[in-house]
Write a protein that binds this ligand. Structure first.
Ligand SMILES: Cc1cc2nc3c(=O)[nH]c(=O)nc-3n(C[C@H](O)[C@H](O)[C@H](O)COP(=O)(O)OP(=O)(O)OC[C@H]3O[C@@H](n4cnc5c(N)ncnc54)[C@H](O)[C@@H]3O)c2cc1C
Length: 487
């Protein structure tokens, strides 16, 4: 197919949208094809029975270290949908006691910016804290070869070998691994888990400033992406599932939809891993494509369960917008979603909105709603005996929420050009170290775009890596950056 045909990006989640925008900004003709009616992919709201307005498919949390995702929002003039903490504050709830103590960033440089508050929190004992200090330094100093070499070790084994106490594992290390990698430490690749702590929590003083969505997920993100893609000249086709890749003489030269074939100079797949594997193994697919599909199947996914409880009034103390619940396998974190939302965004809710994201929810997928509600009520009634009652309660199960980062995952994650056939890979599962997150997706999309530009001889993108800035994109916001909302 000639260079005159557009680049076809399949999948309009964050990866596909970032990829399409980045390519259009470098003069490429791009068509973006999305199966559903909205852009934004897994960052979505859905309609629940009995509720007037759409509700998050699951709580979505950003961090200040999500530089590329925040830059994507800035490119789309959508800075206002996120509010970032002015200072890292991670509150922990001891459910039995009903007490909250908070890890917060102080004035010391990383990796010691959390040390002073860590010494004061009540949910860890002095012995836990002393052992943790040693590991914090080790993670901070760990070089990249050593980190990537830990892919066959579970993070739990690594923590135990590093002298961590069981309490610090269950109350500090494991909950953070679950939230960020969506898998528990007994299965997580130590390479992936170490990345989170080395680059994230202990890497930079402001890295873990939490970012909350102040608006509806789909209603704010999808129109902003569509508007920006259109003004960049990207042709967007929504409600158009790609059914197969079109191959001629060993090369993919287009995609097939129910409306026919769309010719492409290059096809970039930013679809979920299972869909990508199916498209890569269509009739006439190359050995390399089959190998990538096998690797994606080997990676697999892990689940998340979203709980939305609407109460007669607020649960958490004023000024506390979320808490991590110590020693709770299901009700891991409580978010006051009503407090996060802007005033004008609360219309149509049946009550005060509390949201729980159950990470690595695979063991609980077959629990019925009543059992999950019992767990929720037990935690709320124990920690907050005066809590206002529940008006309505909903459970959403996302079986394939994220790519699984079990041991050995790093080896299975493909590079953008691994499938050959003229196809480029760009979903949140490609090998960019970042876990399957909004930031991972944004970086994956840019990595795919850079791979194509390099192929097309653009010297600016020779050897481009996702840690490099994308030329022309606005800066990622440091604390106090103009135009960004903080709280
Ligand atoms: C419940 C839940 C909670 C989460 N919480 C967080 C969080 O707190 N923080 C965080 O950073 N991340 C979170 N994530 C993960 C994050 O949402 C994803 O990692 C990220 O959005 C993935 O982006 P993506 O573009 O790679 O893939 P997707 O968002 O899955 O986008 C792929 C797109 O491809 C489309 N598509 C599929 N098949 C076809 C086809 N045949 N033809 C055309 N298009 C197709 C899909 O409709 C979709 O729009 C969460 C995910 C879930 C499910």
């Amino acid at each position: 197919m000639s260079q005159e045909s557009p680049v076809v990006v399949v999948g309009g989640g964050l990866a596909g949208s970032a990829c399409a925008l980045a390519l259009a900004g470098r003069g490429q003709r791009v068509t973006l094809i999305e199966a559903s009616a909205m852009l934004g992919g897994r960052v979505a709201s859905i309609q629940l029975p009995g509720i007037e307005r759409p509700i998050d498919n699951g709580q979505h949390v950003a961090f200040r270290i999500y530089g590329r995702f925040l830059q994507l929002l800035a490119t789309c003039e959508a800075r206002d949908i996120i509010k970032l903490q002015k200072q890292t504050k991670l509150p922990y709830l001891e459910v039995e006691k009903g007490t909250i103590s908070t890890i917060r960033s102080g004035n010391l440089p990383p990796p010691n910016h959390l040390s002073a508050s860590l010494l004061n929190v009540s949910f860890l004992k002095l012995g836990d804290k002393i052992a943790m200090q040693k590991v914090v330094k080790e993670l901070y100093k760990m070089d990249e070869n050593r980190r990537r070499g830990l892919d066959d070790t579970t993070f739990l084994d690594w923590l135990r070998n590093s002298g961590q106490t069981e309490r610090s594992i269950t109350r500090f290390w494991d909950p953070l691994v679950r939230t960020t990698l969506n898998i528990d430490s007994s299965q997580a690749s130590a390479a992936s888990a170490a990345f989170i702590f080395k680059r994230g929590l202990f890497g930079e003083a402001d890295a873990f400033d939490v970012g909350s969505f102040a608006k509806d997920l789909s209603k704010s993100l999808s129109p902003a992406l569509r508007r920006t893609l259109a003004s960049a000249g990207v042709e967007v086709q929504v409600s158009t599932p790609v059914t197969s890749l079109y191959r001629e003489a060993g090369r993919v030269t287009g995609v097939t939809t129910r409306d026919g074939m769309i010719a492409a100079s290059t096809v970039i797949l930013c679809t979920p891993s299972s869909v990508t594997a199916r498209l890569l193994t269509g009739s006439g697919a190359s050995v390399a494509s089959h190998e990538v599909a096998d690797r994606l199947a080997g990676l697999g996914n892990t689940a998340r369960i979203a709980i939305h409880a609407f109460h007669e009034g607020p649960i958490l103390p004023a000024g506390t917008h979320f808490v991590s619940c110590c020693d709770e396998p299901i009700i891991q974190t409580l978010f006051d979603r009503s407090a996060e939302l802007d005033d004008g965004e609360r219309g149509g809710l049946p009550g005060h909105w509390m949201s729980v994201l159950v990470s690595y929810a695979d063991p609980y997928l077959d629990w019925d709603d009543e059992l999950i509600q019992n767990e929720y009520e037990r935690v709320i009634e124990t920690a907050f005996p005066q809590a206002p009652g529940i008006v309505s309660f909903h459970v959403i199960r996302n079986k394939h929420a994220t790519t699984s980062l079990r041991i050995g995952a790093q080896r299975l994650r493909p590079d953008p050009l691994d499938a050959g056939e003229g196809v480029i890979l760009g979903g949140d599962w490609i090998d960019i170290d970042w876990p399957s997150t909004m930031e991972g997706a944004s970086r994956a999309g840019l990595t795919a775009a850079a791979a194509l530009l390099e192929q097309r001889g653009n010297a600016e993108f020779r050897g481009w890596k996702h840690d490099s800035e994308w030329p022309d994109w606005p800066e990622a916001p440091r604390r106090g950056a103009e135009g960004w909302r903080e709280w």
